[in-house]
Design a binder for this molecule. Structure first.
Ligand code: PLP
Length: 441
């Protein structure tokens, strides 16, 4: 017999350490036990239903329990569950690597299981490239203010979010940061492009001084999600690409959150028409079913490791590197982009969501209402210091999962919302905002 909701939650609190959570907070607001999920809906063990307005931390693309991905996984499970990828290979990893290369114009896919691992792989590869090419001093990194690239000790070096980093500062070899091209930083009369040029000028000044010790610049193209859905103009990426070329520094684009159609194009950096030296992928890569990450790079980087000397190779590994089940899930996800003509379908869906969310975007307390592709964000002008926590509770009470970042409310829903789900998102988000603002007095 299935345990009751309350019993399951109590056992979870006793046995499970939940991520990104001050566990004591759960005394007041316990976690919600989920029994199953279908499309954009999560179903609690208490029988309640919740719209997954943030795609379960940005991983789900086509809705939960998608039959096409399920069928691929069941098929794969009957053939090959796992085999180590050192000394072995298999059809799913080969096909996925070929497809990702065709989509990105890079290649030599290297696999990990999480986004943070992809960040670490790209940074290690970049520094090792410079070592292999006789320039070992180029071993440092630079990122953008407010950047987020994961939370393992190596990835934290380029993650500029104080609350995630402060306690671990002594463990981390901190990278430098350069100003973010966040378009909200525009002075009166300035365009987003002007902000991008100003930030690029700061990058140039930094590179002039530090290029000889710098391996790579890492950026989240077009949207710094964890910073609060900070958008920037593609001009920044064009200028950064040119500067990285001029100063001989790799450009790593972290598409972990924004890849796979989130910004309207398959990959965000494609809107700038640039070719990076490394791309990091994860989150939506498997449509939100299994953990998998990948790093793709250029032939030039690959060639610098290709040698008779073992130590010049890239000896990094994870036990589950290239797991066949995860690769099949990723292949099925890529097939769905074609079957559903997803990028075009999303344009129409986004317009329906725009229309439904117009009252929220025009709310007198909302600043910088913005959208790119399938990402919406609204900054809320409120003195409530714990706006995010309060808002989340009010949204959950309305059957809607939204977790603001600071005072930025955002939605990043699966690409599979019918009219009922669109209305739930738009009305729930607005009602929850009004209910939260009521608590100001
Ligand atoms: C989520 C995220 C990561 C880290 O991915 P994990 O799988 O959580 O380790 C890295 N970069 C960006 C841009 C992300 O959004």
């Amino acid at each position: 017999m299935a345990p009751t909701h309350d019993a399951l939650v109590a056992r979870s609190l006793a046995a499970v350490w939940h991520p990104c959570t001050q566990m004591k907070r759960h005394e007041a607001q316990p976690p919600v036990a989920i029994a199953r999920a279908q499309g954009p809906w999560l179903y609690g063990t208490d029988g309640k239903r919740y719209l997954d307005g943030i795609s379960s931390w940005w991983v789900n693309l086509f809705g939960h329990s998608h039959p096409h991905i399920q069928a691929a996984l069941v098929d794969q499970l009957g053939r090959l569950d796992h085999v180590m990828l050192a000394g072995f290979t298999h059809a799913p990893v080969v096909e996925l690597s070929e497809r990702l290369a065709a989509l990105t114009d890079l290649g030599h896919a290297f696999y990990g299981s999480d986004g943070a691992a992809a960040t670490e792989i790209a940074l290690k590869m970049s520094a090792h490239y410079w070592r292999n090419t006789g320039r070992p001093a180029k071993s440092r990194f630079v990122g953008l203010a407010g950047g987020y690239h994961g939370e393992t000790v190596g990835a934290l070096a380029v993650t500029d979010i104080a609350i995630f980093r402060e306690a671990y500062a002594p463990l981390v070899r901190l990278a430098d940061t350069v100003p973010s091209p966040d378009a909200r930083g525009a002075a009166p009369g300035e365009t987003a492009q002007d902000v991008a040029r100003r930030a690029a000028a700061a990058l140039e000044a930094w590179l002039q001084e530090h290029h000889s010790t710098t391996a790579a610049l890492i950026v989240e193209p077009l949207v710094q999600c964890a910073a609060g859905m900070a958008l920037h103009d593609p001009e920044y990426l064009r200028l950064a690409r040119a500067l990285c070329d001029r100063y001989e520094v790799h450009l790593v684009v972290d598409e972990i959150a924004v890849g796979f159609g989130r910004t309207g194009t398959m990959f965000a950096h494609q809107q700038a028409g640039i070719r990076p030296d490394f791309i990091c992928l994860s989150k939506g890569l498997t449509g939100g079913t299994l953990p998998l990450s990948a790093v793709l790079t250029t032939d030039a980087v690959y060639a610098a490791f290709y040698d008779d000397d073992v130590a010049r190779g890239f000896l990094h590994s994870h036990s589950y590197t290239g797991n066949p089940l995860a690769c099949r899930a990723a292949l099925a996800t890529l097939e769905l982009f074609e079957q559903l003509d997803a990028l075009n379908a999303n344009q129409a869906l986004a317009q329906r969501i725009d229309a439904a969310c117009a009252p929220l975007s025009q709310h007198p307390r909302v600043r910088h209402a913005r959208r790119i592709g399938m990402i919406w964000a609204w900054d809320v002008d409120t003195p409530l210091p714990d706006f995010a926590r309060r808002y989340h509770q009010h949204a959950m009470a309305r059957g809607l999962v939204l977790r603001p970042i600071g005072k930025t409310l955002y939605a990043m829903p699966p690409y599979a919302l019918d009219d009922e789900a669109v209305q739930c998102l738009a009305h729930g988000a607005l009602d929850a905002l009004n209910a939260t603002l009521q608590e100001e007095s």
